[in-house]
Design a protein around this ligand. Structure first.
Ligand code: SF4
Ligand code: SF4
Length: 331
């Protein structure tokens, strides 16, 4: 890879995420040494103790490329998203949570109070007789302490600030991360707003399994996935696979390991709502044309919303379960 005239200044940040995206950056293996020769790290909380005050002291646009992983779930993530937008020339939403809400956005099926009830009162390991819940402000010995405000709804990064590029995946596969880095270093980036490092087709287009247009009568639950035919499309064997609704780029890594695609690369290029696309794909494999029979088969799918929007609730027309009477739905 050609060396840029000056070393790039690179940042990695995590908001509401599991840490897998940070680890995935190391999955490029020994190529990390190439990254080291091309770039200096100016922010990466996962590996070194950078302080927010250090970042605030950077001049505007000081960071050349900022990889932001994690969804926006509270006021701290919102504040840092604005800060990093200000300090970065190129801001990248890295991974499913930042790009489309990811697993944290499954919380959008619940209200903030339901989540607090479960976490602070109902869970089997919680002892909280005084029913204490987090507050944004607390005074102790004359000192004021603040906590970020927990939002009602988990949002994607691009809901908060302008994002230059998106890299999908939970986490992004090694080939995706590396091809995005190559595009950045070579300066051969597509128009702002594009997905980088992934493909423009669907996972089905990368999948080696054969589709025979077999119609099915029922869907199997995961405990029934007993020795599926290794050659045939999983969906045609009654195993729900999100390949038809999911962007290519991971080289069908789950299917090649014998598991159905769960949709972590987000919607295909020409699709906004991954769940809606998947419902259409489901319709195309059903044998029956009888409405009642179709309803019976569909009713057997457990938690369809959680299944079809596992990674993309913040990037869907649904966004969240409707909150009747809530003062503020969006935060
Ligand atoms: S539905 Fe899944 S198993 Fe079938 S072709 Fe698509 S990716 Fe492969
Ligand atoms: S096969 Fe699907 S769930 Fe698995 S890595 Fe690829 S996009 Fe993600």
């Amino acid at each position: 890879m050609e060396q840029p005239k000056e070393k790039l200044k690179l940042g990695v940040y995590w908001a509401a995420s599991c840490g897998g995206c940070d680890i995935s950056m190391l999955e490029i293996g020994e190529k990390i040494l190439t990254v080291d020769s091309l770039a200096d790290i100016v922010l990466w909380p996962c590996i070194a103790d950078f302080k927010y005050k250090d970042v605030k002291a950077y001049p505007d646009k000081y960071i050349d490329v900022m990889f932001f992983n994690g969804a926006i779930r509270n006021s701290e993530a919102e504040e840092i998203a604005h800060l990093l937008r200000e300090k970065s020339k190129i801001l990248i939403a890295y991974g499913s949570c930042s790009y489309e809400g990811g697993i944290p956005a499954l919380a959008n099926f619940y209200s903030k109070q339901e989540i607090f009830d479960r976490a602070y009162h109902e869970s089997q390991s919680t002892v909280n007789p005084d029913r204490i819940e987090p507050k944004t402000k607390h005074t102790e010995n004359g000192y004021e302490l603040y906590l970020p405000e927990f939002w009602e709804t988990v949002r994607k990064l691009s809901d908060i600030v302008d994002v230059d590029y998106f890299i999908p995946g939970c986490p992004p596969a090694e080939n995706t991360t590396w091809s995005a880095i190559e595009a950045i270093v070579s300066g051969q980036l597509p128009p702002v707003g594009s997905i980088i490092g992934a493909g423009n087709k669907s996972v089905c287009d990368e999948c080696p399994r054969e589709r025979k247009e077999t119609k099915i009568k029922r869907f199997k639950r995961p405990h029934e996935y007993v020795a599926p035919d290794p050659e045939q499309c999983l969906l045609e064997q009654g195993i729900i696979c999100l390949g038809p609704a999911t962007r290519s780029g991971c080289e069908a890594r789950c299917i090649n390991s014998g598991m159905p695609c769960r949709g972590c690369y987000g919607p295909c290029a020409d699709v906004y709502d991954q769940g809606a696309k998947m419902i259409s794909a489901i319709g195309s494999v059903l044998e029956s044309e009888d409405g009642e029979e179709i309803q019976r088969v569909i009713d057997e799918i457990m938690d369809p919303a959680g299944l079809f929007y596992r990674f993309s609730m913040s990037h869907s027309y649904l966004l969240r379960r409707r909150l009747v009477g809530a003062k503020e739905e969006m935060k």
